[in-house]
Design a protein around this ligand. Structure first.
Ligand SMILES: [Zn+2]
Length: 384
């Protein structure tokens, strides 16, 4: 395995991979404790007319008015339902219950789509009998595990676990990607930390660095850009106050370097978004490869960052379409990636359905080593 040298005048000290492991990030939806529910109209009908009743609903409200109810059993026998649902229905239809006639329960429609009076009227015209409607809550999204499906079935309504994850990337996708990424992650984190060290030592920026890796067909991956933070370069330094040059954050500079390379490879292509040029020794290492000129910005590239990218950098990472993000130090005050806990902002920008791009994300946790841990403390003031 090749190692990146730290630059022309540092050739004698190749970067040593940092031992550690990857913890998959949680999405904003996965970190939400409470279950999102949907109010629905439910009734019970004789089994002989059950499918006809559903047919009527399908005509009345095609495609369930846009609600995806695939994770819910449409029909349910009384003995599979929470007792409260059956009791409420029975109280409305005492005559039927007394008759002891077998009935099957059925989810009709979301209550927001049609008032119960209008729905009952349509059904009664079709079934030629009184149709008592009950309003209940059911889980809006599919369960993410078999255990959750059982718990929700007991509490709300019979649910089906379809081995999908509506709250984030599918677990098997994450596991496969992690297998590809994990082995080399310590090496790329080592490169990022060396860029951070060079920026801090020179006094041009904070001790923050990133390394961008291109990986083809699950191969080993190669470095296509390294950038350190340069926010204080030409800004008089941290002592002057302010936040320095925000476009010189390490991630922004790395994106700038990639687009620089691409626009050199294809002169007619879009000009560089962020003005940047290589400055730190490591940024011009001969072992940095040019990115694939056919790529769109940072499409499917991996970014390894010493720190959780700030909200601005996170958005730039999303918009330039990175495929994977790995970072080590959480940034409570500024970070845009984490969705969960520790008093962070909770934006979870690596995977949000409402953004036009999602990626996979991990937190890098190094094996306990006080000597290397020291690097992290250098930037603790940023986390205030
Ligand atoms: Zn930033």
């Amino acid at each position: 395995m090749s190692t990146l040298s730290t630059g022309p005048e540092h050739d004698a000290s190749p970067i040593i991979p940092i031992p550690g492991c990857l913890i998959p990030l949680k999405t904003t939806l996965e970190t939400r404790e409470e279950v999102k529910t949907l109010r629905v109209h439910v009734t019970a009908v004789r089994p002989q007319v059950a499918s006809g009743t559903l047919g009527l609903i399908r005509t009345l409200l095609p495609k369930d008015g846009g609600f995806d109810l695939q994770h819910l059993r449409r029909f349910a026998k009384p003995e599979t339902l929470p007792a409260s649902v059956v009791e409420e229905y029975t109280s409305l239809s005492s005559s039927r219950a007394e008759g002891g006639e077998r009935v099957i329960f059925l989810i009709l429609a979301a209550t927001s789509l049609i008032p119960s009076s209008a729905l009952a009227e349509s059904l009664e015209a079709h079934l030629e009998s009184k149709v008592p409607l009950v309003e209940i809550s059911v889980p809006l999204l599919a369960p993410t595990s078999a255990a959750q499906a059982v718990a929700w079935s007991n509490e709300y309504w019979p649910c089906v676990y379809k081995k999908s994850n509506p709250f984030g990337p599918h677990p098997s996708l994450v596991a496969r990607a992690q297998e590809e990424v994990e082995g080399g992650s310590g090496r790329w984190m080592g490169v990022a930390w060396e860029a951070a060290r060079q920026a801090a030592d020179e006094g041009v920026g904070e001790g923050v660095g990133v390394c961008v890796v291109e990986r083809k067909a699950g191969g080993e991956g190669r470095c296509v850009a390294v950038a350190g933070d340069l926010r204080w370069k030409g800004w008089g330094g941290r002592d002057q106050g302010g936040s320095g040059n925000v476009t010189a954050h390490a991630a922004m500079r790395a994106i700038g370097m990639i687009t620089n390379s691409l626009s050199q490879a294809i002169p007619s292509s879009t000009p560089t978004i962020f003005q940047t040029s290589q400055h730190l020794p490591l940024e011009s290492s001969p072992l940095i490869f040019p990115p694939d000129p056919d790529g769109y910005l940072c499409h499917d590239l991996e970014i390894y960052s010493t720190h959780e990218p700030c909200v601005m950098c996170s958005m730039a990472i999303v918009h330039s379409r990175f495929g994977r993000v790995v970072f080590e130090q959480r940034m409570r005050a500024t970070g845009g990636i984490c969705a969960d806990g520790e008093g962070g902002l909770g934006h979870g920008m690596w995977w949000r359905k409402e953004l036009n791009w999602t990626m996979l994300g991990w937190e890098f946790v190094r094996d306990g080593d006080p000597e290397t841990k020291r690097l992290i403390d250098v930037d603790e003031h940023l986390n205030a």
